[in-house]
Design a binder for this molecule. Structure first.
Ligand code: NAD
Length: 491
């Protein structure tokens, strides 16, 4: 089935205090589609004046929103999920147009997962209602959770609607007002969501500010009128945002970059063909869905005694990847998110070659026909080398996998941990000892074993080391968005 670009209006606005508002200074920027480099629409180039309006609205709304009952908030979150569900196809097409990623991913994974995140937190807050403990027969201990107030949430472009859902669902469920800044590359689905849910929430509870990081993200994160800053993006940007928030001693959640190892042990070859096929998919699929995923398995570690046989099968599978029009549901790899992103990825491929890495497959831009010739496409690329090379150490955020071998379990763990990041990892083995011990030894917030790339709402997600701190999803996220008050009542 062929999907298509949705129809965009010429110009969109910020969503502040329940209304769409033009930017105070009247400035807009063009948003291009990386599919064909055509302009999709214009969005506000907001600045601190627009930030002030959103802060006024959210601060005015926070007391009454924070006092809504859990049942009321849960009901609204379910209605937000319904609104996305009813427009699932349009949300998916919007994210594909904006980001360039294949429709098979947005329609089958990103948007359904976003819906599930709202439903999960709607149910989670109901499930934890009601608890009090008697300290002794004269004293009651009450643990009360209170919303923080107004939270600033700044998100990247790689999963436009899903990153929004990861942040917004838990924050609203906990009773906070949200000011969201989507990435300037992918502003569409946040705007579309605001249109669809404008009547569901009281004015000021959910606000969307468009624009560029230094012009709108910085004043937002620096403001003493926010009570928390949650950020997903590059590690270096996260370091800046922590500095801004620290002036107000504001708590932060940091979901940052990664360089995830995907480790294949010899025992995968000893078993049935179906398992081996699964391993090959596990080495390829999640690295080459454009590769713009924070947990992309961008370092492929293969035990040396199976290297020749395994890499041959992997390369065959990579070469069979269907690249092309992201709106074709058979396309596995679409466009990279922007011209800048394409140039960054190409520069890393060049660096890898200069460092002496062997190009196993790919190695350059992909040339597509027709309108797509103006889009930003890269061949799925595998570079063989060693873990000290820059292409093994630095986040490329594209369809480039760095491949190396290891002798034994100890070396696999050592290489896996030899990076400043600690976000995701994959371990593939049929050995019962390794199934438990290797993931335990890898310093990462999420380790998949004999699978990769699931992101259920109930599984806590976040990084070790320079991949950040704090967790999203799971019940524990709620406490990153609440104060805990203990009342000891004697009677
Ligand atoms: P980025 O850091 O360039 O931008 C992210 C957001 O921050 C954007 O909205 C941007 O406008 C804003 N921003 C930029 N500079 C700012 C500043 N000085 N002050 C305030 N805001 C600023 O990241 P990106 O290129 O959009 O996204 C890719 C990165 O995101 C990768 O490093 C990837 O690993 C990471 N990521 C992490 C996770 C996770 O959960 N750990 C998930 C997705 C993406």
């Amino acid at each position: 089935m062929i999907y298509s670009k949705p129809t965009f209006k010429e110009k969109y606005h910020n969503f502040i205090n329940g209304k769409f508002e033009a930017p105070v200074d009247g400035q807009y920027f063009d948003n291009h589609s990386p599919v064909d480099n055509k302009v999709l629409a214009q969005y506000p180039r907001s600045n601190e004046k627009d930030v002030k309006l959103a802060l006024d609205a959210a601060n005015d709304a926070k007391d009454s929103w924070g006092k809504t009952s859990v049942a009321e908030r849960a009901e609204i979150l379910h209605k937000i999920a319904d609104a996305i569900q009813e427009n699932l196809r349009e949300f998916a097409e919007m994210d594909t147009a904006d980001n360039g990623k294949s429709i098979r991913e947005t329609i089958n994974a990103d948007v359904p997962l976003a819906i599930d995140h709202f439903r999960y937190f709607a149910s989670a807050i109901r499930a934890e209602e009601g608890s009090a403990t008697e300290l002794n027969e004269n004293t009651l201990s009450l643990v009360i959770r209170e919303p923080l107030g107004v939270v600033a949430q700044i998100i990247p472009w790689n999963f436009p609607l899903l990153m929004l859902a990861w942040k917004v669902a838990g924050a609203l469920a906990a009773g906070n007002c949200v000011i969201l800044k989507p990435a300037e590359q992918t502003p569409a689905s946040a705007t579309f969501l605001a249109e669809k849910i404008a009547d569901l929430l009281p004015p000021g509870v959910f606000n969307v500010l468009h624009g560029f990081g230094p012009e709108v993200g910085k004043p937002l994160a620096s403001s003493p009128r926010v009570d928390k800053v949650a950020f997903t993006g590059e590690t270096t940007t996260g370091q800046l945002i922590m500095q801004y928030a620290s002036k107000n001693l504001n708590p932060v959640t940091m979901e940052l970059g990664g360089k995830s190892p995907n480790v294949f042990f010899s025992s995968i070859m000893d078993h049935d063909d179906a398992f081996l096929d699964k391993c090959i998919e596990g080495a390829v699929l999640f690295a080459f869905n454009q590769g713009e995923v924070c947990t992309a398995p961008s370092r492929l570690l293969i035990q040396e005694d199976i290297y020749d046989a395994f890499i041959k099968r992997v390369i065959e599978r990579v070469n069979a990847i269907k690249m092309g029009d992201p709106f074709d549901e058979n396309t596995m790899m679409g466009a990279q998110a922007s011209n800048d992103q394409q140039e960054k990825i190409l520069s890393y491929i060049k660096i890898g070659k200069e460092e002496g890495a062997e190009v196993l497959t790919g190695g350059g831009a992909a040339k597509l026909e027709g309108d797509l010739a103006n889009g930003f496409y890269i061949q799925p690329t595998m570079l063989k080398g060693h873990n000290k090379m820059r292409v093994f150490q630095e986040e490329i955020f594209g369809p480039v996998v760095a491949v190396c071998t290891f002798k034994d379990e100890a070396e696999a763990i050592e290489i896996s941990n030899d990076t400043m990041y600690g976000l995701g990892a994959g371990v593939w083995t049929r050995d019962a000892h390794q199934i438990y011990q290797v993931p335990r030894a890898i310093k990462a917030g999420r380790v998949w074993v004999n699978c990769y790339h699931d992101y259920p709402a109930h599984a806590p997600f976040g990084g070790y080391k320079k991949s950040g701190f704090g967790r999203e999803n799971h019940l524990m996220m709620l406490n990153h968005y609440r104060q805990t008050k203990n009342m000891l009542i004697s009677y």
